[in-house]
Design a protein around this ligand. Structure first.
Ligand code: DX5
Ligand code: ZN
Length: 240
């Protein structure tokens, strides 16, 4: 006798939703070998990355200094993947055109990095680039309410910005859930990216909460180029 199909539980109902959302991996080159950045970009591109996440820090908005538009421009020829440029600098508006010209495809700004968030968003769009807004761990979800309809991406910081290799702040999972609800309500294709401390232990929780783009620096670049493909695949699958 054929057995009855199992009853559908609440968690079963969630599975199709999760499976239809494709998870993309954005290696943060902050964890790459800075002396071999071109090689590192080619390696993660061949290893199956979806975006190249570039963390730009000014030593003022965040307590660290990284790279400027000239380096972004020099890296452009080393990967055809979208450059996902995360600007952690203030004031941000004067630098947006420079990163756009250098080859950024997505430009993400923080609400605190300029006096007029809506103006910054419009500036990115006027340059023909996709635009994101990043929320620090202490920044309320409501900070994006009046610009959400303009955005291509929302980035949830799961560490305080400034450094790679920090621990995932689990209180940000509620923020990811709240944003998933808001984004779904718009009916628009807005990426929900999580950035900071994403590794083989934390990726699953971020995906379950509703993230669909995982930034991963330390976890992607651990083990050297031979490990990148496996690292990316494990992150994409939320492997524990
Ligand atoms: C932090 C940066 C992150 C960071 C992620 O300010 O925005 O992109 O590099 O690094 P991991 O994955 O090592 O936490
Ligand atoms: Zn980042």
């Amino acid at each position: 006798m054929a057995s009855m199909p199992p009853a559908c539980s609440d968690s079963d109902k969630l599975i199709p939703k999760r499976m239809t959302r494709s998870i993309r991996i954005a290696p943060s080159i902050l964890a790459a070998d800075f002396a071999r950045l071109g090689d590192e970009l080619r390696a993660v591109t061949e290893a199956g990355a979806d975006f190249i996440h570039i963390d730009v820090m000014d030593g003022h908005f965040v307590p660290n200094i990284t790279i400027g538009p000239e380096v972004v421009g020099a890296l452009r020829e080393h990967s055809a993947l979208p450059f996902d440029v995360h600007l952690m600098l203030s004031p941000v508006d004067p630098f947006i055109p420079l990163f756009a010209a250098a080859g950024a495809d997505i430009i993400t700004v923080h609400p605190e990095s300029g006096p007029h968030l809506h103006r910054s968003v419009q500036l990115v769009k006027s340059l023909g680039k996709k635009v994101g807004v990043a929320l620090n761990p202490g920044t309320q979800v409501e900070a994006i309410d009046n610009v959400l309809g303009e955005l291509d991406l929302v980035l949830v910081m799961s560490v305080n910005p400034g450094f790679g290799g920090q621990s995932f702040i689990t209180s940000q999972l509620d923020k990811i859930r709240a944003l998933r609800t808001r984004i779904d309500a718009t009916g628009r294709a807005i990426d929900l990216e999580v950035d900071g401390g994403v590794n083989f232990e934390t990726a699953a929780a971020a995906i379950e909460a509703g993230a669909d783009v995982l930034v991963a620096g330390t976890a992607t670049f651990s083990g050297g180029p031979g490990a990148y493909a496996d690292n990316i695949e494990r992150l994409r699958n939320g492997a524990g």
